[in-house]
Ligand binder design. Sequence first.
Ligand SMILES: [Zn+2]
Length: 220
Amino acid sequence: MPLTPSFRRLWCCAALLAAASLGTACGASEGTANQGQPTPSPEPPGSRFPAPTNPFAAAEPAAAGANPAAPRTDMAAPTPNADPTAYNPLTTFEAWVIQQKGTERAGTGEYTDHEAEGTYVCRQCNAALYRSADKFHSGCGWPAFDDELPGAITRHHDRSHGMERTEIVCANCQGHLGHVFTGERMTAKNTRHCVNSVSMRFVPQGQPLPKPIVLRPKGS
Ligand SMILES: [Zn+2]
């Protein structure tokens, strides 16, 4: 039997509180509290997270506190990679999410309420991950998909933050995407990929997909 709206709201509030206190997100539950927040908060990233549990906030205390008008660090210019054969350069915030398994705040991602038709590719390596046809509104504040492109996603058991979850990463570059949940009955496929917007890049339908970057193992 599907969850009632009021139950979802309560469930989501609990999940978001847990996410905020733990410095994580994509909680194991659904909800509605953050739906309708397409505009990113002007607050610096990490300001709602306790510093000890948010390595991104701890790494950039000046940006988070010294100047409220300072630009978001996730908008900062990417740092060029020293290795020209490496993956796409990432901003500090993107690298924290994708490579350090960080999580963007609920309701702040650019693709949470994005509805255009197209394909979502990995921001780090360009591999195609999800189709817009599989995207749905979960109400939890992060982009949600109930299916993946074949072979695009790898799953890992994740026991971090005192929770039992299934982490999803890009099968090509192992970049962190978010978590996947089943059994919530939010769609017919009964699956919710809860994905950080900054882990992906959207390619509108009709535009060519970027060529995936496949790095050879060192020494090969
Ligand atoms: Zn990738």
